[in-house]
Every structure is written in C-alpha cells, then in structure tokens.
Design a protein around this ligand. Structure first.
Ligand code: MD6
Ligand code: FE
Length: 209
C-alpha cells in the first residue's frame, strides 16, 4: 500500500528549489495572481488575516464569515481557480504521491508585518496525504509544535526555495509564522514572502489497476 511508504514527520528540504527554479515559480505565481487576484480573507469572527491569499487548482481554501472551507471558484471573480503550475505538480509527485494529484494550492503573500497564528491544517478528508509547502522570497520564522495546543514548540527558519512537508505523525502538528525577516531576499521586487501549500482535499478515488 502506498500509504505505508509515505514519509513521516516534519521534513525540511532547504534550498530544494535553486534560484532559477525559484524565479520560474515566481513567474508562475504571478500568472496565477493575474487571473485570480489576491484577496484579504476574514476569520469567521470577522477579523482580517494579515496575509493576502489566492489559490490555484480544482479547489481553493477560503475563510470568511461563513467559515473555513474549500471551494471551486474565486470569491470575488466567481471564476474557477487557475491550474496548479507543473513545477509544483512535479514536486508533489516526487515527494508526496505519484499517483494521486493535489487538489488545492493555497498561495499566501506576507508583507513585512504579516504573521500566521498557530493552527492545524485539518480541513482535508485524508490526513494520510502530507501537506507540501514551498517558500519564496523573504525568510520566515516558522514555529511548529505537537498535535495539542499549548505544548512545546520549536522555531525553524524557512528561506526562499525551501520545501517542507507536514506528514505522518506531524500532519496535524500546530504550526504558524511568527514573523518575516524583511529584506532577507531579493527575489520579490518589492520584498515580501509567498508561501504555497499543496494539499489533497478529498479522499483519493480508487487507484487504477
Ligand atoms: C507559511 N505554512 O509557511 C505557513 N501548513 O507561511 C503553513 O501553514 C503550512 O508550512 C501546512 C504545511 C506546511 C506549512
Ligand atoms: Fe498550515
């Protein structure tokens, strides 16, 4: 069974994308944003996020007063999300699952004061699939703990080109971004950081035999 062969735990692959791959991916992200503009989500309680957000893939992650969810269309344009760039599909195939593709790629843009509170990624049907994250631009201070809120945490820097995976026993680990180190990368012309997270949202269908 493929599930038993998946890697476990939190995995950081520093510099997995070289500078050329980073600028190629950035161009793809900019193409996605041209079709699916960044928006500022709000929590169900009405608080705006400090990141701006968009998605690519058949499903996109959303938050508004109606709650957290995945949906197939952009909340402002009403259009389907653009396709996931091939470079990201190839990474998923290599690192997560060659047979079952991701359905959602959430794109978060951090300005110099943006952060992301500790959270679990738990809006997906099958936690057997890892969440794969790619960082572009300024370095972020990432915090990761265990699967209960309030436990011990550790801090890890995520630099441009780094790929990380939340898999296995860490798939439901609490994690967040304490801060972004403004000026630490020159990849984005105006500074800032993109984080891209690829997820399988629904349970995998039957494998073709
Ligand atoms: C970020 N990352 O790096 C926030 N989620 O900006 C995440 O929330 C995340 O890095 C799931 C898996 C990996 C991640
Ligand atoms: Fe997350």
């Amino acid at each position: 069974m493929i599930h038993l062969e998946r890697m476990s735990g939190f995995q950081l692959l520093p510099g997995r994308l070289d500078p050329k791959a980073q600028s190629d991916l950035l161009a793809e992200v900019e193409r996605v944003i041209a079709a699916a503009p960044l928006f500022t989500p709000v929590t169900p309680g009405g608080q705006p996020f400090s990141v701006r957000m968009t998605n690519c893939g058949p499903l996109g992650w959303m938050s508004d007063r109606a709650g957290y969810r995945y949906q197939a269309h952009h909340p402002v344009t009403g259009q389907p999300w653009p396709a996931i760039p091939k470079i990201l599909l190839d990474l998923w195939s290599e690192l997560v699952d060659p047979a079952v593709p991701p359905e959602a790629c959430l794109i978060n843009l951090y300005g110099p004061t943006a952060r992301m509170g500790l959270h679990q990624d738990r809006d997906e049907a099958d936690f057997g699939f890892a969440v794969l994250s790619v960082s572009l631009g300024d370095t972020a201070v990432f915090r990761i703990g265990g699967t209960t809120r309030g436990g011990k945490t550790r801090s890890v820097r995520l630099a441009s080109g780094d790929v990380c995976l939340l898999a296995g026993e860490d798939r439901l680990a609490f994690h967040g971004i304490d801060r972004v180190l403004a000026g630490s990368s020159r990849l984005l012309a105006g500074g800032g950081r993109y984080n891209l997270t690829l997820r399988r949202v629904s349970a995998a269908g039957p494998v073709n035999l």
